[in-house]
Structure formats: structure tokens, C-alpha cells
Design a protein around this ligand. Structure first.
Ligand SMILES: [Zn+2]
Length: 241
């Protein structure tokens, strides 16, 4: 597909909802536990797989090791929003993109200045004391040595992210379904249409066109109306040229 086709599809796309996949997140330099080198290093250093550590049962039973991992691997490797994110922000300013939905926890949309986003799995930028409800920013979590405790009541401050074994909050499911149902175009960036993010969204989508930009080709690509093979950060900004 050529870039003019993409530009036209965006210009005539009506209400566009963007799904931001995990490949955008790893391309932006955010820690990617799916990377086999990373997974191996984590197993070697911690004695557990990333999936085991990032689970509710692990968090509850081994908070010290959980927060060691959280500090070193997650908070140290937050990445930076790439140019595609800023293109999305400008498309939102032009009222083309109406919402960005992601399962990434690294807060890329908010850091790019995007206003309407749904972080299905929460964000490292939101932290809360489960006991008294006091909220904490990411700086507080970065500065905490070891387990972060609430200044007010001393309970352990919990990053507002969904760990393995936990449910996605109903509000987020409702909000993302609401946005997708009203969309004319789904713009899928950096994940296949087989990914959980895309599969869930496509179920609610009643619009006319699905645009996919992803580096890896997949048999599910044929669900999309327009497919662009490559990295979203390389392709999407070009529509502004
Ligand atoms: Zn508290």
C-alpha cells in the first residue's frame, strides 16, 4: 500500500480510534518482557519468569522482590513516545483521532499529550494507597527505596496496573467499547489483529474500515481493509509530509 492511500484513508476516515499495540511500546524503548533475551535475563537474575513476577499472587507474597523488579526493569525502562505518537496527538487536535486504546502500562499516550486514551492495563503513572486512597506520582515510586509505603498510613502503595490473575476494571472495558462502537475507522498500530487488544476491539467495531500498520505480517492481516507492513513510527508520521 502506498502512503497516499494511507493519507486519504485517514483524511476521509471519520471518527478514528487507534489501538496502540505492544510493538509500538517496545519500539519506543519500553521494557518488553516478551523479548527472549530479556525473559532469560530476568529468570537468571530473579529466579522467576517475568510473567510469574508480574502476577497478583507474587505481588502479595513477595512484595520486596516484586518492587526490586519493578524499579530496575519497569521504572528504569520507560522509553520515550516516538514520532507516531505525536502524529496521533496532532490527529486528535484535528478531531480525526477520537481515542487511543492500549494495553501498554508505560503511559505513552499521555506523555505525547494525547487527551483521550484508555489504558486497559492501567499505568505506572498512577499509584494509590489501597488503605487510605492517597494517590502518588511516578517520582514517588522512583524515589522509594525497596517497597514504597504510604506517607499517611504506612500501607504499601500499589501501582494501578493489572497484574496477571487480575481482572481489567469494568469501567475500562465499557469505555473502550463505547469508543470503538462509535468509530468509523480502526487504526491498529504495532500488533496483529490476533492480539487480545485488537480481537476485543474488532468485536465492537461497526465502522467501515480497519487500517493496520505492523512490522510483522500475520495470517489475520486479511481482516484489515488496508495493510501497511513496517514500523508505525516510520510509516505514520509520513502522512504529515
Ligand atoms: Zn495510605
Amino acid at each position: 500500500m502506498d502512503l497516499m492511500t494511507l493519507k486519504n484513508a485517514i483524511d476521509t476516515g471519520g471518527r478514528i480510534v487507534c489501538l496502540l499495540g505492544m510493538n509500538v511500546s517496545s519500539d519506543a524503548g519500553c521494557f518488553d518482557y516478551r523479548d527472549s533475551d530479556n525473559a532469560y535475563a530476568i529468570e537468571t537474575n530473579y529466579g522467576y519468569s517475568p510473567e510469574e513476577i508480574f502476577s497478583a499472587s507474587f505481588y502479595n507474597t513477595r512484595p520486596r522482590l516484586f518492587f526490586e523488579y519493578y524499579h530496575k526493569e519497569i521504572l528504569n525502562k520507560l522509553g520515550e513516545p516516538c514520532e507516531a505518537m505525536y502524529t496521533l496527538k496532532r490527529l486528535e487536535d484535528r478531531q480525526k483521532v477520537t481515542a487511543v486504546i492500549t494495553r501498554s502500562i508505560y503511559g505513552l499516550p499521555r506523555r505525547a499529550g494525547i487527551r483521550n486514551y484508555v489504558e486497559m492495563h492501567g499505568s505506572v503513572y498512577e499509584n494509590k494507597c489501597p488503605h487510605c486512597g492517597e494517590m502518588y506520582d511516578i517520582e514517588y515510586m522512583k524515589e522509594a527505596k525497596g517497597v514504597p509505603f504510604c506517607r499517611k498510613c504506612g500501607a504499601v502503595v500499589r501501582p494501578q496496573i493489572v497484574l496477571d490473575g487480575e481482572m481489567i476494571p469494568n469501567g475500562k472495558i465499557t469505555q473502550s467499547a463505547y469508543e470503538v462502537e462509535r468509530a468509523d475507522t480502526l487504526l491498529v498500530l504495532g500488533c496483529s489483529l490476533r492480539s487480545t487488544l485488537a480481537k476485543n476491539a474488532v468485536r465492537y467495531f461497526d465502522g467501515s474500515r480497519i487500517i493496520l500498520i505492523n512490522e510483522e505480517e500475520d495470517y489475520s492481516d486479511n481482516i484489515a481493509d488496508l495493510v501497511f507492513t513496517g514500523r508505525p513510527r516510520d510509516i505514520l508520521p509520513k502522512i504529515e509530509n
